[in-house]
Design a binder for this molecule. Structure first.
Ligand code: GLC
Length: 671
């Protein structure tokens, strides 16, 4: 804690009346906190969201200009590139300030538990280590520029179905090992100014009034110093919430706080000190945001630098899933005609729906980008091939097939219609909607040199996977997505994204299949075996595994070097040399997994405990080093209510994906 801030807080606190104190604990509208003019306290201003500044709510008044629409959360995480993510956080801070705000409501780090959840596009991963590292970088970048984050949604908010009142029933190990570690990492490594509590209940208690989550764990165990704000409309009580640890009820005007909270103090239902503690945290937040010092909000929005960064992020995230016969990259020098098919080619989806949506100043579609890059070199033909939502019609397919037959290569953009993935609603199924699968099938029959480009934020079934040579996932790539995907397809940029969620073959294979969506109670019956932890343990082959992503070059993983022995409580150092053995520059995400060979409780086959993205020219090599701390070997023991490392043998597995393990070494951890 900053002693200067603390002394200021105490000084102001003594001057506030009870009514004034309580006024600071609710918004005055959807986005502003209360001002107290006589003490020079101005309103703190918040806005969404995790991949761009939301400006469609007109508050504050400066919310007029559009903002840079970056790729969404799943793209941000699929870069596996925290340094790049930190740069994006800094750019988001500049845009937030330029648009007159102090807090940007992100990052959204919800664990992706089920492929149909509506906000998967906005979140990061099925794995808490990836989510934690990505969220930490995002918060550091943002707050490093003086804008506050709101780490959300705490906790176990993993589906949209019944999100306002659903009860996530999670065992303690799964809570600790899967649904909390990423929040813990971001809090300990980046100290977000705020944490946003989720709508749902966790084991019967609303997150907005859950003392165990908000006070015992978040503050008591992890040392969180900031303010807890409710999700919009997530507060349901007065006494339980203030005593549970909820500081700011949003949106305003006050509903359960305000007059009811003043009354609760006055009729001795609660001690005024409970209010004081929340007010202290709000005053700290207001001071940090400069709201007691009339700090000018500077910043810049939609600059060429931000546009370039949006493109760089999209390029770094795009994931090459399949590339048979090295069909990609397309070489403009050796092809005459390309057929571009699919509605998403001309109408790119830059995001899913809901509060995270950003109104961009422009957007570049894949078709526009391809046409401008290939102008005069390659003929680019286009046909929609199908509608957006409605079922496909054979005459539309026939028009597309006519082009496919004439072309040297086909680029089929198969994506979601607008808002098909959105906050507030889960997907009804895991198929590409509107008969796109049929379009792909027939186009592949017309021309084997077909590339399917996915424009979606979560896994889809691919019944045609064996009929196409290449598949690229561009996710929701933001306003510069067309330029980014064109650069990848034409080889100007070598793809380096990796999946942060497993892509299953069919819905029945997924970990939460038997328990999703649940009713009012959502039973997390798969316990700690979410994502790749489940597929590994059950021996179910996914369509594409966690951590998968191909490159236009190849990488050699040399023998693992480093410690063969360690001690409980001490870190273990692991080194490995990686070489680019191909003929073009490329980036590789070196992934390190740990396997506990013997444990007193069931553990996953392996768990991700380290990753680094390296950029190498042809023939170049570098040594990647990992410092594995105690948590890398530990599991949470529910009886001991503590993380434990059981001495014994562990495997360290290093590879290019969770299934493409290239090197293995044993480490003995001694008691
Ligand atoms: C929404 C979302 C949250 C968002 C908030 C403000 O319901 O759950 O992520 O920041 O309300 O729009």
């Amino acid at each position: 804690m900053d002693t200067n801030i603390e002394s200021r807080v105490e000084e102001i606190l003594t001057k506030l009346t009870l009514k004034e104190k309580v006024s600071l604990l609710s918004g005055i509208d959807g986005w502003l906190t209360a001002a107290i003019e006589r003490l020079g306290i101005t309103s703190l201003i918040m806005t969404d969201g995790p991949h761009g500044v939301r400006t469609d709510h007109g508050s504050p008044a400066r919310m007029t200009s559009p903002a840079t629409a970056f790729p969404t959360g799943v793209s941000i995480a699929s870069t596996w590139n925290p340094m790049l993510v930190e740069r994006v956080g800094a750019a988001l801070a500049e845009e937030t300030q330029a648009l007159g705000c102090d807090v940007l409501l992100g990052p959204c780090v919800n664990i992706i538990r089920h492929p149909l959840a509506g906000r998967n596009f906005e979140a990061y991963s099925e794995d808490p280590f990836v989510a934690g590292k990505t969220g930490t970088a995002w918060v550091k970048g943002l707050q490093g520029k003086g804008v506050g984050a709101s780490l959300k949604h705490y906790a176990c908010n993993n589906q949209e179905y019944e999100r306002f009142r659903g009860n996530s029933v999670v065992d303690e190990r799964a809570l600790r090992e899967i649904y909390l570690p990423h929040f813990e990492m971001v809090v300990k490594e980046a100290q977000p100014w705020t944490v946003m509590c989720a709508y749902n209940r966790v084991n019967g208690v609303y997150a907005s009034e859950d003392y165990y989550l908000l006070t015992e764990i978040l503050r008591g165990e992890w040392g969180f110093e900031g303010a807890v704000i409710s999700d919009w409309g997530a507060n349901h009580t007065t006494v339980e919430s203030i005593e549970g640890g909820l500081d700011l009820e949003m949106p305003g005007p006050a509903k359960y706080y305000g007059g009811l909270l003043v009354d609760a103090v006055n009729i001795y239902q609660i001690e005024e000190e409970s209010v004081n503690n929340a007010v202290r945290r709000m005053l700290r937040l207001l001071i940090k945001a400069g709201r007691l010092d009339g700090k000018e909000r500077a910043g810049s929005v939609n600059t060429p630098e931000h546009q370039a960064l949006a493109r760089e992020l999209a390029e770094d995230a795009i994931t090459l899933l399949k590339n048979e016969e090295s069909l990609l990259p397309l070489n403009p020098g050796s092809i005459k005609t390309i057929a571009v098919i699919g509605p998403n080619a001309a109408e790119l989806q830059i995001s899913g729906g809901g509060s995270a949506r950003v109104k961009p100043p422009y957007l570049v579609s894949p078709l526009d980008a391809l046409r401008s890059k290939l102008d005069g070199k390659v003929e680019v033909l286009y046909a929609r091939g199908c509608g957006y939502e409605e079922d496909v019609h054979q005459e539309q397919i026939d028009e597309a097939l006519g082009l496919a037959k004439r072309a040297d290569a086909v680029l089929l953009f198969a994506g979601m219609p607008e808002n098909f993935e959105t906050e507030g609603r889960d997907r009804p199924h895991m198929q590409l909607p509107g008969g796109r699968d049929e379009l792909i099938r027939q186009a592949a029959a017309a021309n084997r040199n077909i590339v399917v480009v996915l424009n979606c934020g979560a896994p889809v079934e691919m019944p045609w996977i064996d009929e196409v040579k290449a598949v690229v996932q561009m996710y929701y790539p933001g306003m510069e997505g067309g330029n980014a995907i064109a650069n990848i397809l034409l080889g100007e940029v070598n793809p380096s994204g990796k999946l942060t969620v497993t892509y299953p073959t069919k819905l029945e294979d997924t970990p939460a299949y038997l328990n999703y969506p649940g009713g009012r109670d959502v039973i997390y019956g798969e316990e700690i075996f979410t994502g790749y932890r489940y597929y590994d343990k059950k021996g179910v082959e996914p369509l594409f595994p966690f951590g998968h992503g191909l490159s236009y070059t190849t990488f050699e993983y040399c023998e693992i070097q480093g410690q063969e022995k360690g001690k409980v409580g001490e870190s273990v150092r692991i080194d490995i040399e990686i070489r680019n053995t191909g003929d073009c520059p490329g980036k590789e995400v070196v992934q390190l997994y740990v396997r506990d060979l013997e444990s007193s409780l069931p553990r996953p086959v392996k768990e991700l405990k380290g990753f680094q993205k390296v950029s190498l020219n042809p023939g170049e090599s570098t040594t990647v080093s990992f410092e594995l701390n105690e948590r890398a070997f530990a599991f949470y023991h529910p009886d001991k209510r503590a993380w434990v490392v059981e001495p014994g043998a562990f495997d360290v597995l290093i590879g290019s994906s969770s299934k493409d393990i290239r090197r293995k070494a044993m480490v003995i951890i001694e008691g």
